[in-house]
Design a protein around this ligand. Structure first.
Ligand SMILES: [Zn+2]
Length: 460
């Protein structure tokens, strides 16, 4: 249905209103008309795995990258604001491919160079409201994409999840999420194969990708059915062993996690390699969140609550700080932590084999869960990916371009002409030491320059 052609005068008025509101939004986003910035002299890492470019000249116009060249190769536009970055390194704005975004954390992401987040569960209304505020620029923070509430079997693990018990309910949950305005869906541990199939069928009709934190469905089954990502590598142990015990354990979330986490240690090298190859063939991406596995294996170590980065977490942020409550709920003791630590090298090996098999690996942090610091923990994840066998360049690609691919957001996660000007200026070069990603001089989001120190001053 259309309203017909408006009268001439009404059309003019409407036009004026539109221009006025557009420029207002533009101002809020820090994009004024024809603002040109020239970043000169840094080493450029494009986020897509290309060889680093020395002496780069990046011309940014109105929040987008217009040109990338070598210094002195092309003239700098006369109206450009020139910024000398000799000795620095520029990487794309980081993308956290597995986050649970809380309102207090939005500025923290930006301070740590994370300019986009893939949110994978919160209350649908609260996270979609936050997403709209962030994306309209009314609060400062990363670009946000969201799954809304996760879809789980019944009874749901979390009270604010959407529970489904029948194929009809699974389809209806997909439709309701689509209407609410989610960007993709997240399925959780209690979703069985017989629920996953109709859910994926409905999601495909509505063009919604499905991210999976698996429990009752193994990773190979879910990947062959068409999920876009395997979160935390959940479901891999079951796929590798074919042992139904793991699926059964997931009737309780904590039992499932505990049994599966220990199960990694039982896998041998050839089983891991074979499973990685089979899974990579399905083209599914993995979001290993090694930092979650690592933190949970060391949850009994009180030092982690005072490590660098924690100073950014307010005392009131219970989701990150309340380790004792998790210890109480899980009942984990030192024998459990020993078992989790034995599993870590098998998880690392799986990541290495997945890379060798040509599989896509995206970096995600699972912040703001226990001990996981919004923004900072993505740097920890990159370092752990390097520890598992990725090169620093590959770890940066995992935290940039691979995340954008999961979001189907082609203009993000890569520095090239036409892409958005979300980028991070580093004081050092991460190619020789991945820890250099944490030493941030400047962050640019939507073409707006932000100094992390000035941002931190607003919450200190
Ligand atoms: Zn999560």
């Amino acid at each position: 249905m259309t309203a017909g052609r408006p009268h001439g005068r009404t059309a003019v008025l409407l036009g004026l209103v539109l221009v006025a509101s557009c420029s207002k939004v533009g101002e809020r986003l820090g994009v004024t008309r024809d603002r040109v910035i020239a970043l000169e002299g840094a080493t450029l890492i494009d986020g897509a795995g290309g060889a680093p470019k020395r002496d780069a000249l990046i011309i940014i116009r109105n929040g987008h990258i217009e040109t990338i060249a070598r210094v002195n190769e092309i003239p700098v536009p006369t109206n450009a604001e020139r910024i000398n970055l000799v000795g620095k390194t520029i990487i794309p704005g980081l993308i956290d491919a597995h986050a649970h975004v809380e309102r207090w954390a939005t500025g923290r992401y930006v301070a740590w160079g994370v300019t986009t987040v893939r949110d994978l569960h919160g209350g649908t209304d609260t996270v979609l409201t936050l997403k709209n505020e962030l994306n309209l620029g009314s609060i400062l923070g990363p670009r946000m994409f969201s799954a809304g509430a996760m879809i789980d079997g019944t009874p749901t693990t979390y009270p604010n999840a959407t529970g489904v018990a029948t194929p009809d309910q699974a389809r209806r949950a997909v439709d309701q999420h689509a209407v609410a305005g989610v960007d993709y869906l997240k399925v959780y541990t209690k979703i069985t194969p017989s629920l996953l199939r109709p859910l994926l069928d409905e999601a495909e009709k509505l063009h919604l990708p499905v991210a999976a934190h698996l429990g009752k469905t193994d990773a190979l089954t879910a990947a062959r059915m068409g999920v876009i990502s395997i979160e935390h590598m959940a479901g891999v142990v079951q796929a590798a062993t074919g042992d139904q015990t793991y699926a059964n354990a997931h009737t309780s979330f904590l039992t499932g996690w505990t049994v599966e986490e220990k199960g990694w240690a039982s896998l041998d090298s050839s089983t891991i390699a074979r499973t990685a190859r089979a899974l990579a063939q399905t083209k599914v991406a993995i979001v290993p969140t090694l930092v979650v596995h690592d933190m949970l294996a060391r949850l009994d170590n009180p030092i982690l609550l005072t490590r660098p980065g924690m100073e950014d977490v307010p005392e009131s942020a219970q989701s990150v700080r309340n380790v004792p409550s998790l210890l109480r709920r899980t009942g984990w003791r030192s024998a459990d932590f020993d078992a989790f630590r034995r599993s870590r090298r098998r998880q690392d090996q799986f990541v290495r084999e997945y890379k060798r098999a040509g599989g896509a690996i995206a970096a995600g942090s699972d912040a703001a869960n226990q001990l996981l610091i919004p923004g900072y923990s993505l740097h920890e994840e990159m370092a752990l990916l390097v520890g598992a066998g990725l090169t620093p360049l590959e770890a940066i690609t995992a935290a940039t371009r691979r995340g954008a691919q999961l979001l189907h957001a082609d203009s993000l996660g890569m520095l090239a002409p036409g892409k958005v000007a979300d980028l991070v200026v580093l004081n050092g070069n991460p190619i020789s030491n991945i820890a250099a990603t944490r030493n941030i001089a400047l962050v640019m989001i939507r073409g707006r320059m932000i100094r992390p120190d000035s941002l931190r001053a607003t919450w200190k």
